[in-house]
Design a protein around this ligand. Structure first.
Ligand code: SF4
Length: 215
């Protein structure tokens, strides 16, 4: 199976994912778009579990973009320290909050172009926010799991996340973009892990021809 012939192939993979992960959803705990964008920025190079451990206190102290925009950087750094790269992340989330207040009246914007103007927000984060907080299918989230599994399941040959996303957008129907990313992320976490995929337990094993397979 090759990336150029994957329309039907994608449907087969989608059917199987739907059967296995019909209710896959974002694992970052959040109650509104502001909390989701902060959590997504913090999740870079960090597990969602760790992000979920630090955000309750962060959101208790800074419940809105307006309050985070006024926060002292050292206080924010201390709160997000365990997510790694904390200086950068603290700068990004406070910078994002300041721009949301200055340019968007304190509300997280709802378009890709506007989201991409915010510090710390690239296409992946924007797709997460648009898809999960607003239900807008603007693209396919390509995180580390989607990247790895798209290759293992022969949905792309590209290496660059933007090109991987373009390949996926061509072969996955638009109405499935949001759920598809969640399903691949769940499959990547639960079964098809990076170092030791649990192939004997994998519900997609008969569809998989990856060189990483362990059976
Ligand atoms: S068979 Fe193994 S490598 Fe292939 S999708 Fe399943 S867990 Fe991943």
């Amino acid at each position: 199976m090759t990336a150029s012939a994957t329309g039907e192939w994608a449907k087969t993979v989608l059917r199987r994912l739907r059967g296995e992960y019909p209710e896959a959803r974002c694992a970052l705990l959040h109650e509104n778009p502001y909390e989701l964008i902060v959590s997504t920025i913090l999740s870079a190079q960090c597990t969602d579990e760790m992000v979920n451990r630090v955000t309750p206190e962060l959101f208790r102290r800074y419940p809105t973009a307006a309050s985070l925009a006024k926060a002292r950087l050292p206080s924010v750094e201390k709160l997000v320290k365990s997510t790694g790269f904390f200086r950068n992340k603290a700068r990004n989330i406070t910078g994002m909050a300041k721009k949301v207040v200055a340019d968007f009246g304190g509300a997280v914007p709802r378009t890709m172009d506007e989201l991409l103007t915010l510090p710390g927000v690239a296409r992946k984060t924007a797709n997460v926010v648009l898809g999960t907080a607003f239900g807008v299918a603007s693209g396919v989230v390509v995180d580390t799991h989607v990247d790895r599994l798209s290759h293992r399941l022969d949905l792309t040959k590209e290496k660059d996340p933007k090109k991987i996303e373009q390949d996926l957008m061509k072969i996955i129907p638009k109405e499935k973009w949001i759920l598809f990313s969640h399903q691949l992320i769940w499959h990547g976490r639960l079964v098809c892990q990076a170092r030791r995929p649990r192939c004997p337990d994998c519900p997609l094993e008969d569809l998989c021809y990856s060189k990483d397979k362990t059976v």
